[in-house]
Design a protein around this ligand. Sequence first.
Ligand code: NAD
Length: 487
Amino acid sequence: MQLSKKTIGSLPRTVKRPHYDLGTVTVGIVHLGIGAFHRAHQAVYTDALLSEDPSWGICGVSLRSPETRDALQPQDGLYTLAVQDGEGSDLSVVGSVVELLCAPEDPEAVLRRMADPGTRIVSLTITEKGYCHNPATGTLDEGHPDIVHDLANPARPRSAIGFIVEAISRRVSAGIAPFTLLSCDNLPGNGHVLKRIVTQFAEARDPALAAVVRNVASPSTMVDRIVPATTDSDRRAVASAMGLEDAWPIMTEPFRQWVIEEDFPLGRPAWEKAGALFVQDVSAFEFMKLRLLNGSHSTLAYLGYLAGAETVADAMALPGMEALVEGLMRHEVSPTLPQLPGFDLPAYRAELLQRFCNPALRHRTWQIAMDGSQKLPQRLLGSIRDRLRAGAGYDRLALGVAAWMRYARGLDEAGRPIDVRDPHAARIAALAQGIDEPDRIIDAFLTMTDVFGTDLPASAPFRAALIKALDGLLRNGSAATLRSFRR
Ligand code: NAD
């Protein structure tokens, strides 16, 4: 039997379930990119509030494949959240996703829902590459194939950007105020970046439309919860604990954090009652999280993968890894962060190390390694820029960048192919093909100005630091390189 509204009553008492009438929930939020993270984060914060106000249900939209819709529609949108602390699993059923749409199959249905007056927020977790932007500058990539397509066919868009602008245009024509945009992706200034990109897109369509889009509310957010991709063994474990099949349960950790700028002209759920923090300016929180958590995650993912570690916890167990990550956070990243009065930074760093070591979360290094060209600028390169400006050291950060290059070339240390997932995978593979000398490999990578900007490739110290790090990795391998780090 499968989880659904009909079968939910048969769940064991230990499984928590929605305490509101599922039939009364209506759509107030359209979420683009209904992946694992959204279902462990925003959907959970929202679920906690639906008994107070059932008008904030979520319409989950996939912009790519029908997988999530196909898994969750037969379950009436219900799914299980398994919170794993290393000792056991705390299971609950989430009911806030009340509608599922697959944009490539029916873009019109998505646009209708986005243009509906009941929709007051359009939120996004579409991964960094979904923004169709230049990660080094945060501006729209007007040559991106999806953007070229959407400018030529505005009424049948493919990209999130095309959907947002067309939906706003329809709302304006119908005399309905635009929704609030809420980016929940790991991008610095995610709200500002999104606003800049949709405005640039609207300018290319119609200046009058751009004038409206420029004034749409687009608060920035900082999101945090580690959510690995679900595996078949997770599905089996959840089914056996629930006594019901769930096509797509979500596995996560106990920790969660959401900091949001207060700017919702059409209203919002009272997410603060579920633990979200509303602030005027989220940037200090974002820097802290992107540079400490995500910067560490990427570094340990590339080095860990190369050293044969399958998961983050395995990577943390490699001799030297914890010392490297701790030193990277304490000595190289923390001095670059803006002050957050009253915030206990050492405690936050210690908690991060503990979260990375959670053995119950099978967070694959390969998953974190994906899309490096889109992630490196905000995770590692921003910190390096600040260290260069301060005349301070950044060897550990440079090692993270060199490990990405080593990984992205596509062969592991035993010469086996790596399944490198990156929108620029082919370009990267071609970059340094047939070259073995570290300095020539670095020079080839530094031609990627969309990743490194023009300033970093022009910096002799940065180039030298990368060559040194890559040379060590190529000579000694990742495991031996890590062993040289001590706390
Ligand atoms: P996921 O793979 O489960 O889902 C990704 C979603 O993005 C899918 O719906 C996919 O269809 C969509 N997508 C991918 N490429 C796209 C494109 N080019 N255009 C439009 N949509 C696209 O991943 P996830 O775990 O849900 O993570 C998604 C994002 O959430 C991350 O990239 C990150 O920005 C943010 N996030 C994730 C975590 C985490 O631990 N998983 C933590 C914090 C933030």
